[in-house]
Design a protein around this ligand. Sequence first.
Ligand code: ADP
Length: 265
Amino acid sequence: MNIPELIAHVRKIVIKIGSSTLEDSTGAVNNAFLEHFAAEVANFIKKNKQIVIVSSGAQIAGLSILGKWARKQDLHYKQALCAVGQVELMRAWSQAFAPHGIHTAQILLTRDDFGDSLRTLNMRNTLFTLIDEGIVPIINENDSVAVDEIKIGDNDTLAARSAVLWSAELLILFSDIDGLYDKNPKEFPDAQLLCEVPDIGSIRKQIRIGGTNIFGTGGIATKLDAAELVVPYGIPMILSNGSRPDALGALNAGTQAGTIFKALF
Ligand code: ADP
């Protein structure tokens, strides 16, 4: 099954957008990207698909308002920055969806939320209710309360856990690369894109994993972790490049490459 066939085949999709995708060249939230992306999500919803977004970017949005905090390393400043930035991030998202008559909802989670059966039930019910009402839930880690001990740590894993929780049928991770390569394409120009990964365990042994970028906390390793989390639940994952504002439509049209991590059943 290729990417357009896979997308055509499913209804419930979780889409994760990485910090590198959300940031423009000046270091602010890339509003032009959000507007295009929201238009594509609106198109998907018109076609009867259900979308949950996992969005990074609170820190970037915070710095676009409080740039003078850029050098503050103190944990409380970082958490305060995310508190400021989360509001700005959600403002950007709700503005992007407004022309399509679509409301957005903010859900902030920590690792503890996934370990507590009552909370997971509540989260599931909230997600189902929002989706039933045509609202687009936008999930992020609750960075203002999450210290290392209760952190999920990266939004790839958060997206994967959310996909499992909501019983999604597909997880799409948008990053700043076209997919999984046999080695880091930024270091090795001859790196080969892998279009399909049937077995994550064996691919880990075959590829070389490089470092990450300045804002990206995950790197490619957490994308493999995310795939490993969802595929046993029958949820396939696509890793693709979110740099183009029409990335979602291009994936759907088959004009953009990506890596499919095949579901186990
Ligand atoms: P995001 O912020 O979008 O989540 P990250 O920067 O955390 O993305 O991770 C993606 C980066 O991982 C790519 O830009 C790439 O440079 C790096 N990388 C390292 N090894 C690989 C590999 N084998 N295949 C693809 N990307 C890789």
